[in-house]
Design a protein around this ligand. Sequence first.
Ligand code: HEC
Length: 402
Amino acid sequence: MLKKIINKVKEFDTVRDEDRRSNKLYGKAALYNTPNEITLAAAEVAGKGYKNFDVYTPYPMHGMDDAMGMPPPKIGYVSFIFGITGTGLALLMMIWMSSINYPNIIGGKPFFGLPGAIPITFESTVLLCGIATVLGLIILFSKMPKLNSPLNNTEFMSRVTSDKFGLVIQADDEKYIEDEVLKLFSETKAFEVQDIYYRESNLIQKTPLFDWRFTAAIIGTALITAVVSYVTLNYVLYETVPFNWMWKQGRIDAQSRSDFFPNKSGMRDPVTGTVARGFMPYEYAGMPDSAVKLLSNPVAVTKKSIERGQERFNIYCSPCHGYFGDGDGRLRDQFPKPPSLHNQKVKNWSDGNIFHVITNGQNVMPSYAEQVSKEDRWAIVNYIRALQRAKDASEEDLEKAK
Ligand code: HEC
């Protein structure tokens, strides 16, 4: 069966349409040798007032549109209309999705924001515009594919698609008079003139595409491809893991045994005497505050450090100590009430002493070393100093504050 189809296709290819021609004349075709001749000939034909004629060249030729007297192309309108449609559709889609169909509050932003919508709008504009331009050019303006053109598969076509330049004046042109057309061709130096006839019957019915075996073969191929893809993607590939080194590699879970180390413990302590990056140990850890002598405040008292200290204090300390350090925080009914930070003892303490309490904790107050960075702890100390000074401000301070 395959052989038959192949033969049919071959036969279709080798038998020229000229052999199947009818008696009805389609037009007269002239062949020229040079681009210059064909341009002059086209201008001449257009000048004589012929309308139904066309020029065929092996490659696009500049100036041919002008020579043939063709109006400027209208494809731009198609591109523009579809481009604008793409813009509109994309915007409508996004407005509808994000503010009507599924309005979602994200970071308090408006439901629809133009800047974020630009990329998709752009893409959609280009997409519709591009597709419309290409399809418009091919289908609307060039009326392709021209399966049934009498010029298809003719000697004339094979010349003009290789190295000659051709011009066809159709017989249905109002001005068509055989003698005059022939005269025109010879005046414009055509080296050969051919008659092109319509085919005896509608060629479309004869193309192998409309042979039921050919169609069946195409549909069959499509079906087989679909089935094979479906099975491959859903069963074969689904069952095979393409890359399994990640979960096959040897590893030890936390708290589990390992025979690799002499003490059979999978978890390792840091090497004695080493300090992990960013984890400088606190030198007075666990010691009473009387031990804290040498700790001095490395963070300068600046507006910035006090403001930082205030922010951290309000977050981490105010729940118990209150916003002003009076010991009247929001947790006063749930947690032992802390003493005021304005008492004489704390006032007399060195900065290092307050730092020590935050870092080490004191009695029921836990350590805040995990939550508050070292630098922030010193900033909090600076802020506590500011609070203490504000609590009983001197005449001079009040004067300055004005
Ligand atoms: C969970 C509640 C709580 C939080 C939060 C808290 N503290 Fe305390 N703080 C206390 C209590 C209770 C005491 C009293 C402990 C004691 O009995 O010695 C205390 C004591 C202190 C003292 C010593 C006061 C004194 O007179 O002995 C200082 C200084 C201090 N806190 C600073 C801070 C700072 C700074 C922060 C924020 C990083 C903070 N605290 C966070 C509850 C808290």
